[in-house]
Ligand binder design. Structure first.
Ligand code: ZN
Length: 259
């Protein structure tokens, strides 16, 4: 009886659907380290290495310790776009104070025509999603008439206020450019934890430039969406996070920083 039971378990676990459903579930998680409010409060040091982050996703965005540029992850390649506008490969030993990743598995695509600007693009996607209440990973790939992106310069302690940093953020403008936007649309209730609404990073097709998207105008792109209903929040075990005041009433205006 015992042998039969073990045999049944063994048989069950080698069935392909058993294996793939577990794998699919593990891939369908929005993983993030730290919170957006902690980043806005100047918690620019975390303890999650990129080696660890890569275990949780092949697609996403974030930044680096000391706020050293914008991160974009696409097809399991992780890139660092520094304030000089150049793209550097990310090494496993680099550390992130804030990042959001998932394994990108397309659930639907959204047809798009015309030269939509960033606001029109957001409204267009909003019209095609089944609910505002779950997470979406979004991949927009193809030709863009225009992309306006920024990076952030590396900071030294004592860290300045984020509003001071973005006053001097380098801005990069691209015209008639091929590339990919990678990011997320998150529900309004995520406010404080993550960026509510849209947050996209861009990288050119030749992987030489990009940044955090501030504006765009589409030309000929595909929009792929990955519906995600589970999340994993990892909080940094570091002094800066432990001592940050995350209960302030007057919050930094996220629209000024991220949008
Ligand atoms: Zn960003």
């Amino acid at each position: 009886m015992k042998i039969l039971y073990s045999l049944l378990i063994a048989l069950f676990c080698i069935l392909p659907q058993c294996k793939s459903s577990t794998a699919e579930q593990d891939r369908d998680i929005l993983f993030q380290t730290s919170t957006i409010n902690a980043l806005l409060e100047g918690v620019f040091e975390g303890n999650v290495t990129y080696k660890e982050l890569k275990q949780h996703g092949d697609f996403g965005l974030g930044t680096f310790n000391n706020l050293n540029g914008e991160m974009i992850a696409l097809n399991n390649n992780f890139y660092q776009i520094k304030a000089d506008g150049k793209v550097y490969p990310v090494t496993d030993s680099q550390i992130t104070p804030f990042a959001v990743v998932t394994f990108f598995d397309q659930d639907s695509s959204i047809p798009v025509k015309g030269n939509l600007n960033y606001d029109e693009l957001k409204q267009h996607i909003d019209k095609h999603i089944p609910t505002e209440n779950i997470f979406y990973a979004i991949k927009i790939e193809g030709s863009f008439k225009y992309v306006k992106a920024r990076s952030v310069p590396q900071q030294k302690k004592p860290y300045p206020e984020i509003m001071e940093i973005i006053k001097v953020q380098p801005i990069f403008e691209f015209e008639e450019i091929k590339g990919t936007m990678v990011g997320f649309r998150l529900p309004t209730y995520m406010n404080g934890i993550n960026v509510p609404g849209y947050h996209l990073h861009f990288i050119t097709e030749d992987k030489t430039a990009g940044g955090h998207v501030l504006d765009c105008n589409l030309k000929d792109v595909t929009i792929e969406i990955d519906y995600t209903t589970r999340s994993y929040l990892n909080l940094p075990e570091v002094k800066g996070f432990y001592s940050a005041n995350l209960t302030k009433k007057e919050k930094v205006d996220i629209n000024k920083v991220e949008k």
